[in-house]
Design a protein around this ligand. Structure first.
Ligand SMILES: [Zn+2]
Length: 340
């Protein structure tokens, strides 16, 4: 499984350290994202080199049967032109846009994909991956694995992921472990109720953070303004290109998101917050109002503590494949084949 990739001079007594890398020829892993409006499939080798990365957009509330058909097609396409074959597949990781019971692998009702409630992911995907282990977790938990392994949280054992996208999610990492909660519902920051009399949320409650800080309403506003259907990444690109409306919509979401993050800050007082989701690709357009709003609403203010005790807010380094790479990470972790 392991090959030597070079020697490093140790500069001291003893045998020189040798850098070891996983042998990319040892097999492949598949990461699948079952998101609320998209399906993504990544084919990677065991050194986590991405061999293929494909995403398709779907109408919200697509069915598990639709998902299976698309996943099968995307996987067949992913192996086309590769010398690696599907019989060298070591495992499949699935990231789902809703909480997943860590024991049963079943999607919970509460969360972003109500139509998938009760679906057993291993049972659903098992028939298309005979004799291959399948691992499943919430998409934000997968993002956390990607961030601590390859991304913005490398070297951190304790941090929080805050996902800003069409939905709002999150993950809590303590002592290098993602906290899942007894039923898989830990870190669902989007559904913290901040106003019980507020507008209804898709989870069934009212006045959740997500109602105020997700990018759904701003997306609808952008589509009305431009008179056409848009993807979230279109809005981010236009904002980066200087479009005033797109910049304002993202800044407003940053401000609303900072309110929610302020609560999270008061609960965890984290060392690091990695901001993920496609909105993070907007960089400072999002991060500046988010940081200002966080500072306003959280308990411990910048001025209260020395530099080293201040919470760091950092955008994800993954553009739009963090959760799916984390799903690949689920497989590599299980096989003990994960090296940073
Ligand atoms: Zn909710």
């Amino acid at each position: 499984m392991v090959v030597e990739s070079g020697s490093e001079s140790a500069g001291g007594v003893g045998r020189p350290a040798t850098a070891l890398t996983l042998n990319p020829r040892a097999g492949t892993c598949i990461g699948i994202l079952i998101g609320s409006t998209e399906i993504q499939v990544i084919l990677a080798d065991v050194a986590h080199t991405v061999l293929s990365d494909k995403t398709i957009n779907l109408e919200i509330d697509y069915s598990p049967q639709t998902a299976i058909q698309h996943v099968q097609r995307l996987i067949a396409e992913a192996y086309e032109g590769q010398w690696q074959r599907q019989n060298g597949l070591l495992g499949v990781g699935i990231a789902v846009g809703g909480p997943v019971n860590p024991v049963t692998g079943t999607v919970l009702r509460a969360g972003g994909m109500p139509t998938w409630a009760g679906v057993d992911m291993r049972e659903l995907f098992g028939p298309i991956f005979p004799d291959v282990p399948i691992f499943c977790d919430n998409e934000s938990n997968c993002s956390a694995i990607a961030e601590m392994t390859w991304g913005a949280a490398r070297g951190h054992d304790d941090f929080v992921v805050y996902t800003l996208d069409l939905g709002i999610g999150g993950a809590i990492v303590a002592g290098g472990r993602v906290l899942r909660g007894i039923a898989g519902g830990a870190g669902e920051f989007g559904h913290v109720v901040i106003d019980p009399q507020g507008p209804p949320c898709r989870c069934g409650n009212r006045g959740c953070i997500e109602v105020y800080a997700s990018f759904r309403a701003p997306m609808a506003e952008a589509e009305r303004h431009f008179g056409r259907a848009l993807r979230l990444t279109d809005v981010v690109e236009m904002a980066l290109g200087g479009d005033a409306l797109c910049r304002a919509l993202i800044a407003r979401t940053g401000e609303a998101g900072g309110h929610g993050l302020g609560l999270i800050g008061s609960v965890f007082n984290p060392t690091l917050v990695v901001v993920s989701g496609r909105l993070a690709m907007a960089g400072d357009i999002l991060m500046k109002p988010l940081a200002e709003s966080f500072e306003r609403f959280t308990l411990v203010k910048h001025g209260d503590v020395p530099d080293l005790a201040r919470t760091i807010l950092r955008p994800s380094q993954f553009s739009d494949n963090g959760a799916c790479m984390g799903a690949v990470g689920l497989v590599l972790r299980h096989h003990g084949r994960l090296v940073n």
